[in-house]
Design a protein around this ligand. Structure first.
Ligand code: DQA
Length: 142
């Protein structure tokens, strides 16, 4: 069975407490449960969350050798991180960018995106369903 790594960046461990109009009301644990259900029978899914850029880079480096696909919501690092861009660039399998909010329709600083150019596809603006869209996309290309 193909292995999928779901990575969440800074502040996504606080879902449930963040503005609901942007991020919905589910906690990260609840979202991960939904992802697990959607992937059941298709993918072996692992979950990783960190508030630290370097730790996310290290995790992506480890994934080069051990995962078939990456689903990543880099949170605020989407708009700042050359290091996460460079790490994702090396990953050969599908890498799916996910956002809960309509990230391209918010503040101008969120329109800056260091990640998209190295990702295979983007799903955004559907709260937790953006992650489900990513899993279903992977099912269709597997
Ligand atoms: C986010 C959007 C980012 O701009 C923000 O910093 C986040 C979450 C999203 O899922 O909509 O933390 O990636």
């Amino acid at each position: 069975m193909k292995k999928v790594l779901v990575i969440n960046g800074p502040n996504l461990n606080m879902l449930g407490k963040r503005p609901k109009e942007h991020y919905g009301s589910k906690t990260l644990d609840e979202i991960n449960e939904l992802i697990k259900k959607e992937a059941d029978g298709f993918f072996d899914v692992s979950f990783y969350q960190s508030n630290y850029e370097g730790d996310i880079v290290t995790k992506i480096q480890e994934a080069l050798f051990s995962f078939d696909a990456i689903v990543i919501n880099p949170g605020a690092y989407t708009h700042t991180s050359v290091a996460i861009h460079d790490a994702l660039e090396m990953f050969q399998g599908p890498k799916i960018e996910v956002h809960l909010s309509k990230v391209d329709e918010r503040e101008d600083f969120r329109k800056v995106n260091f990640i998209r150019s190295v990702c295979t596809e983007t799903f955004a603006g559907r709260f937790e369903l953006s992650y489900i869209d990513a899993i279903n996309y992977l099912k269709n290309i597997k």
